[in-house]
Design a protein around this ligand. Structure first.
Ligand code: F6P
Length: 441
C-alpha cells in the first residue's frame, strides 16, 4: 500500500498508544484547550448584543459536545461545511482514510488537525462570530509577558545592523547562528534561555550556552554555507507561533535583509486560527500594531519606545516595498503531511521552488515534514522527509524545531540511550534539532 495519511512510512503515532504524549494530549490537553477557548468566548459575551450572545452560547454548547465526543472516543464525523474552500479536502481525506476511525485510533496527526478544523467550522458557521479567534486572548497575554526580551532584542538588532559601520565587527556567520537559535528557542516556553550580544560581540548568557548543548543535531553551519553564497536571495519562513516566536522570526528576517544576503522574505501564515498559537494574518498585523502602541507597553521608557518605533517603521517599509511578503495557503492547515506538498499543492510548491531556503518553524511543521510516525531516532533526516529530499525538484530546507511530540530523527547512535528510557525528553521542549537538506536545485 502506498504512503497515505492513514499509512505513514513507519507505524503511525496514535493516541490509543498509552505510552505516548499523543495519548496524554488526547486524554487531557485537548479538553483543557477547548475549555480555555470556551472561557474566552464566555468572556466575550455581552448581554446588550442579544443575537450575538445567543450564537455565542450555541458555540459553547457545540464545543462542549466536542469534548464529550473525544472523551467517549466517538467515531470521527463529517466536518460541517462552513464555506471555506478546504472543506472539500477534509471531507475527502476523512472519507477515504478515516471513515471508521475514532479519536484514538486515527493517526494522531490527523485527529489533532481534525480537532482544530472542527473548532473553526463551529465558529465560522455563525453570523456574529465568523472571524472570531478563540485563542486570540491567550496569544496576546503571552506576548505581554515577554516585555523585557522584546525591548532587549529591538536594541540588539539595531546594534547588529549598525555593526558593519562600527568598530566592533561581528562575523556574519556568528550573527546567523545566534539569530537562528533565537528563532528556534522563541518557540520554547522558557524565555530565560535567550541570549545577549555583549559589547565585544560574544554571546553572554549562561542559559543560552547551556541551551546549545540541548540542540541534539545542529546543521546551522551547513545552512549558512548554503545561504551565504547568495546575495539578494529569497528565504521563506513557514511560520509557527504568533507573539514572541513571530517577533524573533521577524528579528531574524530583518537581519537577513539588512545583511544583503537576502532581498525577499516570504512569511507563510495560517489561513485561520490553528493549534492555539499559530500565526494568522490578524496576529501578524496585531503584532505590528501592538509594537507601536503606547498602551500595551505603558511602563516602557521613552528610549525603549523609540527603539521599537524605529524597528516597526523599518518592518513596515519592508512590507510596503515587497521585501517581506505575507502569504497563506490552505495546504498549511490541511490534514496532509508535507510529503504530499508537491503533489497536493503544486502551485504552492512551484512558488516555494523559487526560494533559496525554506525555513520550517516549530514542532507541528516538523511532525508534518517527517510524517509523524515511529521512526528510529537514528533515521537520517533526509530519509524521514522522503520526497522533500528525494524529488528532482526537492527544496533547500531548514527545520528549526524544539521537541514537543513523540518524534526525533537524525540523532547519533547512543543519544537516545543517554537521554534515558523516560521518553519525556522528546516532548518537554528542552531539546531541539536544527536540520538542513540542500534539496536538488
Ligand atoms: O507550536 P509548535 O512548536 O508547532 O507545537 C505544537 C505542538 O504542540 C503540541 O500540541 C504538543 O505540545 C503538539 O501536538 C504539536 O505538535
Amino acid at each position: 500500500m502506498s504512503v497515505n495519511p492513514a499509512n505513514p512510512p513507519r507505524p503511525s503515532l496514535r493516541a490509543a498508544d498509552k505510552e505516548t504524549f499523543a495519548h496524554f494530549t488526547a486524554r487531557h490537553r485537548w479538553r483543557d484547550i477547548i475549555k480555555k477557548a470556551i472561557d474566552n468566548i464566555c468572556d466575550s459575551l455581552n448581554s446588550s448584543e442579544i443575537d450575538k450572545n445567543e450564537e455565542g452560547k450555541k458555540i459553547v454548547a457545540s464545543m462542549e459536545e466536542l469534548i464529550n465526543q473525544i472523551q467517549r472516543n466517538d467515531q470521527l464525523i463529517q466536518i460541517e461545511d462552513d464555506g471555506r474552500p478546504d472543506i472539500v479536502i477534509w471531507t475527502d481525506v476523512l472519507n477515504t482514510y478515516f471513515k471508521d476511525e475514532n479519536w484514538f485510533t486515527a493517526t494522531w496527526l490527523f485527529a489533532e488537525s481534525y480537532l482544530y478544523r472542527r473548532i473553526i467550522s463551529i465558529i465560522t458557521n455563525t453570523k456574529h462570530w465568523k472571524n472570531y479567534d478563540p485563542y486570540f486572548h491567550q496569544k496576546g497575554e503571552a506576548f505581554k509577558l515577554s516585555f523585557t526580551e522584546i525591548f532587549e532584542f529591538s536594541k540588539r538588532i539595531d546594534e547588529l545592523i549598525s555593526s558593519s559601520s562600527s568598530k566592533i565587527k561581528i562575523d556574519d556567520n556568528i550573527i546567523f547562528y545566534e539569530l537562528a537559535q533565537i528563532s528556534l528557542w522563541g518557540n520554547a516556553t522558557d524565555l530565560s534561555m535567550l541570549p545577549n550580544f555583549g559589547n565585544d560581540g560574544n554571546i553572554e548568557t549562561k542559559q543560552f550556552e547551556e541551551s546549545k548543548k540541548n540542540i541534539l543535531v545542529n546543521d546551522l553551519e551547513k545552512a549558512w554555507k548554503w545561504l551565504s553564497k547568495y546575495s539578494n536571495a529569497r528565504v521563506d519562513f513557514i511560520l509557527d507561533n504568533a507573539g514572541f516566536e513571530l517577533y524573533s522570526d521577524l528579528i531574524f528576517s530583518d537581519w537577513l535583509i539588512q545583511s544583503g544576503y537576502v532581498s525577499e522574505v516570504h512569511l507563510h501564515v495560517k489561513s485561520f486560527p490553528w493549534f492555539v498559537s499559530d500565526t494568522t494574518l490578524d496576529d501578524f498585523n496585531w503584532l505590528l500594531k501592538t509594537l507601536q502602541s503606547n498602551d500595551f507597553f505603558s511602563s516602557a521608557s521613552e528610549i525603549e519606545k523609540s527603539s521599537l518605533k524605529k524597528l516597526v517603521d523599518r518592518w513596515q517599509s519592508y512590507i510596503n516595498n515587497s521585501k517581506w511578503i505575507i502569504t497563506s495557503d490552505f495546504f498549511w492547515t490541511s490534514p496532509y503531511s508535507f510529503w504530499h506538498l508537491e503533489e497536493k499543492a503544486p502551485e504552492l510548491y512551484a512558488d516555494l521552488c523559487k526560494s533559496h531556503l525554506v525555513i520550517f518553524k516549530g514542532d507541528l511543521n516538523y511532525r508534518k515534514l517527517v510524517y509523524d510516525c515511529k521512526w528510529e531516532t537514528t533515521t537520517p533526516f533526509k530519509e524521514a522527509i522522503g520526497p522533500l529530499a528525494s524529488s528532482k525538484n526537492a527544496l533547500p530546507l531548514l527545520s528549526l524545531r524544539t521537541g514537543k511530540s513523540d518524534v526525533f530523527i537524525g540523532l547519533d547512535e547512543g543519544v537516545e540511550e543517554r537521554l534515558g528510557p523516560d521518553k519525556s525528553w522528546m516532548y518537554s521542549g528542552k531539546y531541539a534539532v536544527i536540520q538542513f537538506s540542500e534539496g536538488n536545485k
